[in-house]
Design a protein around this ligand. Structure first.
Ligand code: ADP
Ligand code: MG
Length: 472
């Protein structure tokens, strides 16, 4: 039987976090809870009002384009996309059709067709109790970026990885929080399968609002289309919707009944060239991007790829790590960096989870965190002690050096440990004799005794070593 090769193209939408909306000075505030607060005659589409272009939104799209190696276009234009739906107060959406801000580009080896700018629609809220539908226009006309890829991906994993990378880039550039759970990022997935070199007929699954639904919808479509073709049927080009409950896509409209949006150039806005923006300055100002950071962190700090990935995927965590490492001694050995990483990735993150605190709100500063890692690596703190001190640092914001001094914590020195070991040997004849006869468990017993006297202020390995020395 023929092998059907899947092909996928994505259209990724992201709300830009500008101060104001796309074509007016109403606030763009995704946190506004009261409905219809951030509205004005322009974004409500009152007759006689005129839109003006939000330069910051255009600039944000240019930055994304430059980061993805796309080209800012010399001629760009907004168009009216006409359709009638209550979330759209003007009965048309201002979008771009054909003359987008950015052409081309690439990310993770996936070619980008273009990136354009449009306005978001309002939110419809269906009230099950009354059966009414309410409308909130706070989101109407919020700047919405749309990135369209070439049909250049071949499985669901690749599509999700691409989308995650777009999300990271948007966050690194600071142009969007791109939080899918908050509706700030969503995607349409175009899927086809083909047994030849020609692309098959595609289905477009609209409005996928989680990575999981992107993944599942793509796999569902690949299977559905493959089965149809294997039965000798043909694929209809159509728009489909994903149902999270049934885990299926269903047809929404076929190509024949495709809406005619009657696109035409927006007469109330001028076409313009991206040259009016200082492209070279924007290019110079681009931050280090996630892919480059992943490579650098591994090289600079001898981290493995999983460790580096954790720091790349969480920009703030990565910055905290690098700031803390820079506070280590100049000769900071790789081992201390590893210790620092481990206390950050597991213990500190554990405390943040336990207390529901974000990194930006914690009391510990990177310098103090570096002190802790150094103390652990110098053998001055056991890991048990370090965990307790970290908790105190977390609660108080104190320098671990001060906690150690104030509470007289720290591992005992070798002489003190040795004195305790000798005393324990003298007082536990039976265990000592048993050990000498070959009962290794007796050594554990002796170590336990000594640890009790030292109140945990010794590293178990060290204690074991001193016992062995004194028992022979
Ligand atoms: P439209 O203008 O109808 O939306 P486009 O040609 O712009 O169509 O394509 C929209 C999206 O569909 C793009 O992401 C593109 O990569 C993808 N696409 C186009 N043809 C196919 C195909 N045969 N299989 C999978 N994806 C496709
Ligand atoms: Mg489309």
């Amino acid at each position: 039987m023929a092998e059907y090769k899947p092909t996928i193209g994505l259209e990724v939408h992201a709300e830009l976090k500008t101060q104001t909306k796309m074509f007016c000075d109403s606030l763009n505030d995704p946190d506004e809870k009261r409905p219809n607060i951030n509205v004005c005659p322009v974004c409500l589409g009152h007759p006689g009002t005129l839109p003006t272009i939000n330069k910051k939104a255009v600039e944000a799209v240019i930055k994304v384009g430059l980061a993805l190696e796309g080209a800012p276009n010399a001629e760009t234009r907004f168009d009216r996309k006409n359709y009638f739906y209550p979330d759209l107060p003007k009965a048309y959406q201002i979008s771009q059709s054909g003359k987008s801000i950015i052409s081309g580009g690439t990310l993770r080896g996936v070619k980008i067709n273009h990136i354009h700018l449009e306005e978001d629609a309002g939110k419809l809220i269906h009230d099950d109790a009354s059966g009414d539908t309410l409308v909130d226009y706070n989101r109407a006309s919020v700047p919405l970026m749309e990135l369209v890829t070439e049909p250049d991906m071949h499985n669901a994993e690749e599509a999700v990885a691409f989308m995650k990378e777009v999300q990271l880039v948007l966050r690194y550039l600071g142009v969007s929080d791109a939080d899918l759970e908050r509706g700030q990022m969503r995607a349409d997935a175009n899927i086809s399968v083909s047994a030849t070199n020609e692309l098959g007929t595609r289905a477009e699954v609209k409005n996928l609002n989680s990575f999981k639904s992107v993944f599942q919808a793509i796999n569902y479509e690949i299977k559905r289309q493959t089965e149809l073709l294997e039965k000798g049927e043909v694929i209809q080009q159509e728009t489909r919707g994903w149902n999270d409950i049934t885990q299926k896509t269903t047809s929404q409209r076929s190509k024949e009944e495709a809406q005619d949006y009657r696109y035409f150039p927006e007469p109330d806005l001028p076409s313009f060239s991206t040259i009016v923006f200082d492209i070279e300055k924007l290019r110079m100002e681009l931050p280090e991007l996630p892919a480059a950071r992943l490579v650098r962190l591994q090289k600079e700090y001898a981290l493995d790829s999983g460790q580096a990935e954790l720091l790349v995927n969480d920009l703030e965590l990565g910055e905290f790590f690098e700031n803390a490492v820079s506070e280590l001694r100049a000769d900071n050995p790789e081992a201390t960096i590893q210790t620092l990483y481990n206390y950050l990735a597991s213990d500190l993150r554990g405390l943040m989870n336990e207390f529901g605190v974000l990194l930006r709100d914690i009391k510990i500063n990177p310098e103090h965190f570096a002190h802790l890692a150094t103390r652990v690596d110098d053998g001055k703190l056991t890991s048990r002690q370090a965990k307790d001190i970290l908790r105190k640092m977390f609660e108080t914001g104190l320098d671990p050096e001060d906690i150690i001094k104030d509470e007289n914590i720290g591992t005992s020195d070798v002489d003190e440990i040795e004195a305790v070991v000798i005393a324990v040997i003298a007082e536990n004849h039976v265990a000592v004799t048993d050990y000498k006869k070959g009962k290794t468990a007796s050594l554990q017993f002796l170590i336990g005794k000594a640890m009790g006297i030292l109140k945990g202020r010794a590293k178990p390995d060290m204690l074991k070593e001193i016992f062995e020395k004194n028992l022979h």
